[in-house]
Design a binder for this molecule. Structure first.
Ligand code: PAF
Length: 284
C-alpha cells in the first residue's frame, strides 16, 4: 500500500492508474478505523480495480471544538488495518494541504435542505464542513465510485445530492451498517463507552427495530409510536436528540398511509457520548 500526503503525489499515482485503464474506488474517512470502515474498503474492492482511502480529521465539520481535540488519531493502527484489507493507496493530507489559506475565507459548499433537520439542527455548520471537504477530496482523487456508510444516512443523502447538483463525475454507493453482536452500530465513538454502556447503547437499534415491526404490522399512529420509543430510550439512559419516521429519499416527515419507503432515525447522548443510528422500513 502506498501512503501519500500531497495532492501532487496522489494525482501522479491516479494518472498512472488511469494510463493503465484501471478504475478507482474511493473511501473517505477520518481514521480511527473499525470493522465498519473495513467493510467499506471491501465493498470498494468489488467496484473498481484500485481502492484509495483518505484519512483526514476535517476541522471544518466539527461544531464542537472539544470533539475535534478529543477525536482519536490512530494512524499506525489504521495503516495496518488498511494493509490487511488490501487498500492500494492511503491519502493522509494535513490541514495545510487541505486548507492552505486557512478555513475562514475558504469557499464552502452548502447543500440546502439538510441543516434544518435531524443532525443538521443539532450540529450547526457540520454538513457544510462535510460537503466542502468531500467535494475537495472528490476533486483530488477523481475516482469512478465512492463508498459511504449508511450509518451516516443523512450524510449519504447529502453527498448524493451534492454530486447530482454539481454534476460531479463520481458514482455514490451506500454500504450497510456493520453492527456489534448486540446490534449496536459500529462507531469510533463506541470506544468511549464501558461494556455496560455498550449494552445500554444497543437499545437505540432495538428501539428502531421495534418501531419498524410496529409500522410493518400496520400501526399508523406515528406520534404515539414515537412517544413509546422515546420513553424506552430515556429509560435506557439516553438524552435524546431525536427519533423520527422520515421519507427515505429526502428525509421529509413521513405521512402515515401515504409514504411507504421510510427511514427510521435516532440520535442521542449516552453518558455524554453522541450516538446515531437508522434503519430502513419499506411498507407494502
Ligand atoms: O463520515 C466521515 O468519516 C466524514 O464525515 C467524511 C465523509 C470522511 C468527511 O470528512
Amino acid at each position: 500500500m502506498q501512503i501519500v500526503e500531497s495532492i501532487l503525489s496522489l494525482r501522479g499515482q491516479i494518472k498512472t492508474w488511469r494510463g493503465e485503464h484501471q478504475t478507482i474506488a474511493f473511501v473517505p474517512t477520518m481514521g480511527n478505523l473499525h470493522d465498519g470502515h473495513i467493510s467499506l474498503v471491501k465493498k470498494a474492492q468489488t467496484l473498481a480495480d484500485k481502492v484509495v482511502v483518505s484519512i483526514f480529521v476535517n476541522p471544518l465539520q466539527f461544531d464542537d471544538k472539544q470533539d475535534l481535540v478529543n477525536y482519536p488519531r490512530t494512524l499506525q493502527t489504521d495503516i495496518k488495518k488498511l494493509m490487511q484489507a488490501g487498500c492500494n493507496l492511503l491519502f493522509t493530507p494535513n490541514a495545510e494541504v487541505m486548507y492552505p489559506q486557512g478555513m475562514d475565507f475558504h469557499t464552502f459548499i452548502h447543500v440546502p435542505g439538510m441543516d434544518d433537520k435531524l443532525c443538521g439542527l443539532e450540529r450547526p455548520g457540520h454538513f457544510d464542513g462535510v460537503a466542502t471537504v468531500v467535494t475537495k477530496l472528490f476533486n483530488m482523487v477523481q475516482a469512478d465510485v465512492a463508498v459511504f456508510g449508511e450509518k451516516d444516512y443523512q450524510q449519504l443523502l447529502l453527498i448524493r445530492k451534492l454530486v447530482s447538483d454539481l454534476n460531479l463525475p463520481v458514482k455514490i454507493v451506500g454500504a450497510s451498517t456493520v453492527r456489534e453482536q448486540n446490534g449496536l452500530a459500529m462507531s469510533s465513538r463506541n470506544q468511549h463507552l464501558t461494556d455496560e454502556l455498550k449494552q445500554q447503547a444497543a437499545t437505540l437499534y432495538l428501539t428502531l427495530s421495534q418501531l419498524k415491526q410496529q409500522l410493518e404490522s400496520g400501526q399508523q399512529d406515528y406520534p404515539a409510536l414515537l412517544k413509546q420509543a422515546e420513553i424506552k430510550l430515556t429509560a435506557a439512559g439516553f438524552s435524546l436528540d431525536y427519533i423520527d419516521i422520515r421519507r427515505a429519499d429526502d428525509l421529509q416527515t413521513a405521512v402515515p398511509a401515504v409514504d411507504k419507503k421510510l427511514r427510521l432515525l435516532a440520535a442521542g447522548r449516552l453518558a455524554n457520548v453522541r450516538l446515531i443510528d437508522n434503519i430502513a422500513c419499506n411498507l407494502a
